[in-house]
Ligand binder design. Structure first.
Ligand SMILES: Nc1ncnc2c1ncn2[C@@H]1O[C@H](COP(=O)(O)OP(=O)(O)OP(=O)(O)O)[C@@H](O)[C@H]1O
Length: 296
């Protein structure tokens, strides 16, 4: 923590895997989602990204994955590189993003649909440059039947193939957006163990946005809690007081969200000042196109 207002996650003696500095981003220039967002994440960290619906988790992960452009690219760096411009980061497999959609960007091949009449084998073995040992390990771990036809499998089975394809290359940074929601309990826990190993043994970095906290107390190294695009809490998980007392991440997050709702309700009952009427964020709305959203 600290360092000129930049929130730091992990071993600060190492070079950051992710650095976000004074980031601004707006879907709507009149209501910026991120106004001055700072975050540093170091190798080996497993950060849980937590927040209410609409708080900005997916948007942040997409920005970190280079899918949204933000003003001044020097402020969002992954592995020291500008994510939006440096497409090699994703193509090389160093930066992996697994999100909610049923498609996965695989190198320069673009978006490959996971619902066509293809076999799981065709999909998985179609990813070039994969290490066969790692591939076999993932197929085994995710209990994938290579004969599955992608247009006939269940959501959970399709998700397993998506995860397998996304992890075939030994990523350095992995961004996960609620991808375990369709997995059965055993597959989810085995998958989380695999990811833990990747961080402990290779120094990989993971940022994982989720609303499901089962088993994550001992998995995560850090918590990053955001509210309406604002970073509210960043802590090593062992330093979270509420968690020390309850030992339960679910109830800890529940208490934060309930407090947030309460404060929001309270705020709505107080009449806004003149400056707040001009801008809900207390500063001029962004007018420059530099702050507008660009999508991939
Ligand atoms: N493409 C878009 N265009 C305009 N506004 C958007 C777009 N995507 C998201 N938003 C808005 O940005 C805010 C943050 O959305 P985001 O999806 O990042 O939240 P989230 O924390 O991931 O939510 P959830 O927990 O529901 O997945 C929300 O208010 C949402 O309405």
């Amino acid at each position: 923590m600290g360092n000129g207002g930049v929130e730091e996650m992990g071993d600060a003696t190492k070079k950051e895997s992710i650095r976000v500095l004074a980031m601004q981003f707006a879907y709507d220039p009149q209501a910026p989602l991120f106004a001055d967002f700072n975050l540093s994440v170091f190798p080996g960290s497993r950060c849980l990204l937590i927040g209410a619906n609409g708080s900005g988790k997916t948007t942040l992960l997409k920005i970190l994955a280079g899918k949204h452009m933000v003003g001044g690219q020097e402020v969002v760096r992954v592995l020291g590189r500008s994510v939006f411009h440096d497409t090699q980061l994703v193509c090389s497999g160093d930066l992996a993003y697994l999100g909610g959609s049923w498609s996965k960007t695989v190198g320069s091949a673009g978006e490959i649909p996971l619902q066509g009449d293809f076999s799981a084998e065709h999909m998985i073995f179609g990813v070039e440059g994969a290490d066969p040992v790692r591939r076999d390990k993932l197929i085994d771990l995710l209990d994938i039947n290579l004969q599955w036809r992608m247009h006939k499998v269940s959501d959970g089975q399709r998700r397993r193939v998506q995860i397998c394809m996304g992890l075939l290359h030994p990523f350095k940074v992995l961004l996960l957006d609620e991808v375990t929601v369709d997995l059965d309990v055993v597959t989810r826990l085995d998958f989380l163990d695999f990811l833990k190993e990747e961080c402990d043994e290779r120094g990989a970095t993971i940022v994982y946005a989720t609303h499901i906290f089962d088993g994550l107390e001992t998995w995560a190294t850090h918590l990053v809690y955001i509210q309406d695009g604002e970073l509210k809490r960043t802590r090593e998980i062992t330093q979270v007081d509420e968690l020390k007392h309850s030992g339960n991440l679910h109830s800890t997050v529940e208490s934060w969200l309930r407090l947030e709702t309460k404060l929001e309700k309270k705020k709505k009952t107080i009449p806004p000042t003149q400056s707040q009427k001009t801008s809900p964020y207390g500063f001029s709305p962004f007018s420059s196109s530099r702050h507008m959203a660009y999508y991939r």
